[in-house]
Design a protein around this ligand. Sequence first.
Ligand SMILES: Cc1cc2nc3c(=O)[nH]c(=O)nc-3n(C[C@H](O)[C@H](O)[C@H](O)COP(=O)(O)OP(=O)(O)OC[C@H]3O[C@@H](n4cnc5c(N)ncnc54)[C@H](O)[C@@H]3O)c2cc1C
Length: 406
Amino acid sequence: MTQQPQNKLQNKTVLISGAGVAGPALAYWLRRYGFTPTVVEQAPSLGDGGYKVDLRGVAMKVIDRMGLTPAITRHSTRMRGGAWVNAAGKPLATLGPDLIGLRAPGDDEVLRGDLARILYEVTKNGVEYLFGDTVTGVAQSDAGVEVTFARSAPRVFDLVIGADGLHSTVRAHVFGEETRFVRPLGMHACVFTVPNHLGLDHWELIYASPGKVVNLYSTQRSTAKAQFIFPTPAEVPGRHDVAAQQRLIAETFAGAGWETDALLAAMPQSPDFYFDSASQVHLDRWSDGRVALVGDAAHSPSPLSGQGTSLALVGAYVLAGELKAAHGDHRVAFARYQEEMRGYVDVNLTLGESNAKQMVAGSKRQILMQTTMMRLVNRLPWKDLALRPILKPLNQAANALTLADY
Ligand SMILES: Cc1cc2nc3c(=O)[nH]c(=O)nc-3n(C[C@H](O)[C@H](O)[C@H](O)COP(=O)(O)OP(=O)(O)OC[C@H]3O[C@@H](n4cnc5c(N)ncnc54)[C@H](O)[C@@H]3O)c2cc1C
């Protein structure tokens, strides 16, 4: 084997699959450290908007180190709060934005599409993006990774990183089929854009009925997002069978009360219907030779944890940083990346699991107890103190890693 001169950067060309959150964030750091990243994204272009995602704790420090705090502040959803309502739409408990979003001072919330665009804008000039394409084959050797694509010509890269989300294609090619790693939490979620027929202004409404939750929020005047959460049915429609998925939602929520029927009526016209199980990803190792995984592809804690975006940003920072520290030696860097991230990831996976158990109340009595407690706590002059035990597990999970300086 040829000896690399000490401190000379090796493995400079890196293919990243996925231009969501982890992919462009990783490209940002790799480029800054002297690597040459290429990002391949299956979508023909970046989508706009999407659902709102939280940025918490250590992830906000990564945002700050990228110099993106002003951009995030500009795109903050600026939600004013929200209310739990009953079947007639009467508010049962009204909470401010931080309590309803379980955020600590310094945390923020943005639309996922806005975050992806911010990350794309700061990388597009130094990073090659291949939109509308996907990896179809990955063959590793000592010298590099030969990658075939659906549209582009085959190419050889030094390293390949799967940042392609819950249903990662890179993971399927290199680590094995999805069912070995994706662990459903027993709930399904569906989100889509609807007309803002209630005129919500940076406001969220939550309607819980036994076993199910419907919520509606708006971050701008004309449209709103409807979100449905419900137990995974015995028979789940195929991942790409939108018509069957919409039939299932319509049957599951028909006549459920509140504004549900109006939201269901708007569903077929929605431009951005999302439907999937709330699932986690569990892998013992996030790398195999010259290939590694980052973000949801490696360790999705599920949408119910509210921590997936933060994990994706922090994972990208640590992975790139360890590659820099090891001068590109992937054997050293991938092992250190796993060591640094494991504790933080595990505590967030545990949080996601416990949230799934508490997310949906099973009976009318439980719903009454929950909303009564929220109403009472919200009235207390020392409510911040009373809420501390409720927020503690999330705050701890959001801060369960100290960022190294690379
Ligand atoms: C309804 C919902 C609500 C959520 N709420 C929150 C929240 O409140 N807080 C929070 O922190 N997180 C939340 N999440 C989770 C959050 O969106 C993810 O954890 C986060 O986006 C992970 O980033 P990622 O870059 O790893 O993956 P993704 O954002 O999923 O990006 C993956 C990218 O890879 C692309 N891709 C997929 N397959 C291929 C392929 N074969 N070839 C090329 N490209 C491919 C996709 O198109 C996508 O652009 C929520 C998720 C959902 C669905």
